[in-house]
Design a protein around this ligand. Structure first.
Ligand code: MN
Length: 491
């Protein structure tokens, strides 16, 4: 499902003692609020007014329906009046979808001359939202609380960002990863507990023989390759005469696309150590699939592959780009330190500053023919890098705020896509923090998704979240990690 096909249910709390007049007003206003917020164009998904809840039975029924409705990616609640929250216990305990408590009110201002006790009884969100907040805290629910006036763009923007996060949870719970081959030999950080990942995150991670991909490559027709070569020539600069190499990548793209479709997978991995029967490591082919929204992880890194697919789904249509990335090398010019990110081949062109070039160069490792790949510079702007690591017994999601800059060197002999950035709070403290927290060399780099969204996603999925930002200090981070270890042992 695409982002805009998901919907969110708007459930407004009340109770019967107010009488039919008040309840009709609440019902009418709740419908108006959902329609107005939808019409604003800020929300990425439709907010569907579902119910003014008056009884425990109604609340339990709507939460159970939400669980079983595939289009429903989450529930947004708001208390127009006072809704006694013991009525919500059964329903909220049953709710398996992401939950947002929108603390707002229908009127923006207090009507100075008109306000009386009837107005107070009808408009008591400040009162009702506190009762509702208590039961969320008492039940220890992973929830999002957003306070703001419903007509303000800033409030709608926060609700819209949370909707994207909740869609990320839905995508995660249905995600299948297709692996060609296993992990790169002896590498630790890209390993992990696939059973735990499926229990917590929903990821089904399974392997297919690379020989099957070879059969699929051999079965690709020349006509299909011709059509794809035409698309390449239109979309990118063909900066090579070695068209045979590019054609081979087109075959690999078509073969992998067919396999991914047949298996219902939206993420994949491969490794240069297991290319039996293939002539080239997929470079351009992997980049093209990432550009189309597929997750990818090199060297068998299924965690980063799946995370790339989830983050791409959350950021759909934002336009900044999300890519598989790897920390490679630093420039340690004092006061202007920055990091150069790249990969052997496979960086997603959604983050390109200009038109990518197709180039063919030999690879130093893997022992296969020179692969075609897209070469480009990443664009400037604020972004995040994410790393998912298995701490043994739990997954940790590490997130760092970064500022991508125009690469300060031309690097004409570097035959791969490249991105340069300065990490928060500064490059060197950021490196110390990243290494202290155990973050990997492989990351997901995204201009489209924020740290707040990833923290909300981690909370929904039941994962540890560690954020390195402008305020990070090493002593505070070490205390957080120590407390976190203790907390996760107690769970
Ligand atoms: Mn790598």
């Amino acid at each position: 499902m695409k982002l805009q096909e998901y919907e969110f249910w708007f459930v407004v709390g009340s109770q019967s003692l107010y009488g039919p007049g008040v309840l009709e007003t609440v019902d009418r206003r709740a419908a108006e609020m959902a329609e107005t917020m939808n019409a604003s164009g800020v929300l990425p998904c439709r907010l569907v007014y579902n119910l003014t809840a008056k009884t425990p039975e109604e609340i339990t029924a709507v939460m159970r329906q939400a669980n079983f409705d595939d289009r429903c990616a989450g529930v947004v609640t708001w208390m127009h009046t006072f809704s006694p929250s013991k009525m919500w216990i059964d329903g909220l305990r049953d709710l398996q979808k992401p939950f947002c408590h929108l603390a707002t009110q229908y009127n923006r201002q207090i009507p100075d001359r008109e306000i009386d006790m009837d107005f107070m009884n009808l408009n008591q969100a400040a009162h009702g939202d506190r009762e509702h907040g208590f039961i969320g805290a008492r039940l220890r629910l992973p929830r999002k609380v957003i306070a703001g006036y419903w007509q303000d763009a800033s409030t709608q923007d926060r609700l819209g960002s949370w909707m994207r996060t909740a869609v990320g949870a839905a995508v995660s719970r249905g995600l299948k990863v297709l692996r060609f081959g296993d992990n790169m030999r002896y590498v630790a950080v890209t390993e992990g507990d696939k059973v735990e990942a499926q229990i917590k995150l929903g990821w089904q991670v399974n392997t297919w023989p690379v020989g099957l991909m070879k059969d699929y490559v051999d079965a690709v027709s020349d006509a299909d390759v011709d059509a794809l070569m035409k698309e390449y020539a239109e979309k990118y600069d063909m900066a090579t005469d070695d068209l045979a190499s590019v054609r081979y990548q087109a075959k690999e793209e078509l073969a992998m696309r067919r396999l991914l479709t047949e298996q219902g997978c939206s993420a994949f991995t491969n490794t240069f150590e297991d290319l039996y029967g293939l002539e080239q490591l997929p470079g351009l082919a992997s980049q093209r699939l990432m550009e189309d929204g597929y997750g990818y992880g090199a060297e068998g890194d299924w965690k980063t592959s799946a995370l790339t697919a989830v983050v791409k789904a959350m950021g759909e249509g934002k336009g900044g780009g999300t890519a598989f990335m790897e920390d490679y090398t630093y420039d340690l010019t004092q006061g202007e330190e920055c990091s150069l990110g790249a990969h052997m081949l496979e960086v997603c062109p959604t983050i390109a500053a200009g038109k990518p070039r197709i180039e063919v160069h030999p690879l130093g490792i893997g022992g296969k023919a020179a692969p075609a790949r897209l070469v480009f510079e990443g664009h400037e702007g604020p972004a995040i890098v994410l790393s998912l690591i298995d701490m043994g017994g739990r997954m940790r999601l590490l997130c760092q705020d970064i500022e991508c800059i125009k690469p300060i060197y031309e690097m004409p002999n570097l035959p791969v896509a490249r991105v340069m950035w300065r990490g928060k709070p500064d490059l060197l403290t950021g490196v110390e923090a990243w290494i202290t927290a155990g973050g990997a060399h492989h990351t997901v780099l995204s201009y489209d998704v924020t740290a707040e969204q990833m923290e909300d996603w981690a909370r929904i999925m039941g994962m540890e979240f560690v954020h390195i930002d402008a305020e990070t200090t090493i002593p505070a981070l070490e205390r957080q990690l120590a407390l976190s270890d203790l907390m996760w042992k107690l769970r």
